[in-house]
Design a protein around this ligand. Structure first.
Ligand SMILES: Cc1cc2nc3c(=O)[nH]c(=O)nc-3n(C[C@H](O)[C@H](O)[C@H](O)COP(=O)(O)OP(=O)(O)OC[C@H]3O[C@@H](n4cnc5c(N)ncnc54)[C@H](O)[C@@H]3O)c2cc1C
Length: 345
């Protein structure tokens, strides 16, 4: 039986950044990351990777602020890594000014005024705010780069599923699909949307997290360098200029709940396309015809929207980290830090 200080289940952006944070705080700690599929093969693979300095609750704002500084430092340390800085142009009902000033952090330097972006048809009673401080990342590529740096300090087992989890007062035993076992002092569960399918499902159920489909359309129109991300705040939707990929990505809030990552279709449905085009009709009508492709997956959502970092057993041997409600990339550094706070004496 292998023995480690910490076993992390799931090698998406949350699991990998958690391993990085734990290593940074206690370099001598032995860590294994167990991943049933490929590194960054879950929700992280499909992520649009948008970070904006915004949060709907005080906890979300604290997480967003921490992550903002973390990613800024990461980019300063690794200027060639796939993080691409952006300004932001927010469209919202004029009456929502107080909500915006509460939700957007100072990092965004949001100021009302200026012209809407040429793609945007400003609805009646709406106004425009301009700001900065956003970026988007190639999340799977970034996750692989981060994991690559950890290889000599962290054991990463890909293609190995955790099929049993038995915590006790001194630690936790993990049973693996390969037939082996790992005995860990602490276990961090970072399973993304697989929170109801693993051997942890009964332990996780009281958290009240649910899994929702996420849909983003790829708009077949080339953005140019300097285009800002266009946020339609009333709808929780955005148009992201993916300059390196040569298209705009339109993300809207799909309301298909309680899907499973193992069965959710990777294909856009006619309903998804119709919903997206309906919103585009309001904000950018001439893009509707070019919204013909996209990406579909799902993510775990917490009851309050901000990520959950919670011990699941009386001895605190198993900690859940995730359910970041479609914002797991932008919250991941803060989630990892919150896990490390729990695990570091
Ligand atoms: C289309 C789309 C667009 C998105 N856009 C954004 C965005 O713009 N900004 C943003 O911040 N967030 C966005 N998100 C959300 C974000 O991508 C996710 O919240 C984030 O990637 C979750 O990362 P994770 O590491 O927690 O989970 P995942 O990346 O899903 O990783 C979990 C891993 O656990 C593994 N696993 C599961 N069960 C087991 C088991 N039994 N044993 C071992 N391993 C197991 C899985 O294989 C998986 O690799 C988007 C998501 C989608 C789907």
């Amino acid at each position: 039986m292998k023995r480690v200080d910490v076993a992390i289940v799931g090698a998406g952006i949350t699991g990998v950044l958690t391993a990085r944070e734990l290593c940074a705080r206690t370099p001598t700690r032995s860590i294994v990351v167990v991943e049933s599929g490929d590194l960054a093969g879950g929700a992280s693979r499909r992520s649009a990777g948008l970070h904006f300095p915004r949060g709907a609750t005080p906890r979300a704002r604290a997480f967003a602020s921490y992550s903002h500084d973390y990613y800024a430092q990461l980019l300063a340390d690794h200027p060639s890594w796939p993080l691409f800085q952006l300004d932001v142009s927010v469209v919202a009902g004029a009456a929502r000014a107080p909500v915006l000033s509460e939700r957007y952090l100072d990092h965004a330097r949001l100021v009302r005024g200026g012209d809407p972006h040429p793609l945007v048809n400003l609805p009646a009673d709406s106004a425009v705010w301009q700001g900065t401080g956003c970026h988007y990342a190639d999340v799977p590529a970034l996750t692989r780069l981060l994991a690559g740096q950890l290889r000599d300090r962290v054991e990463l087992r890909e293609g190995v599923a955790v099929i049993g989890l038995s915590p006790d007062r001194e630690g936790c035993t993990l049973r693996l699909s390969t037939g082996g076992t790992i005995r860990a002092g602490r276990v961090v569960l970072a399973p993304g949307p697989w929170l109801h399918t693993g051997p942890w499902k009964d332990m996780v159920a009281p958290l009240g997290a649910r899994v929702k489909k996420i849909v983003a359309l790829h708009i077949d129109q080339r953005p140019v360098a300097g285009d800002p991300v266009l946020v339609f705040d009333d709808e929780d939707a955005f148009l992201l200029p993916m300059v390196q990929r040569g298209y705009w990505l339109f993300s809207y809030t799909c309301q298909e709940w309680d899907v499973s990552p193992d069965t959710v279709s990777a294909s856009l449905s006619s309903r998804n396309v119709a919903e997206a085009r309906d919103l585009l009709r309001r904000y950018a009508p001439h893009l509707r015809a070019t919204a013909t492709s996209g990406r579909v997956f799902c993510d775990a959502y917490s009851p309050q929207g901000a990520p959950l970092v919670e011990p699941l057993d009386p001895a605190g041997r198993v900690v859940f980290a995730g359910a970041a409600s479609g914002s797991g990339y932008r919250f991941a550094p803060a989630t990892a830090a919150a896990v490390a706070d729990l695990l570091t004496p």
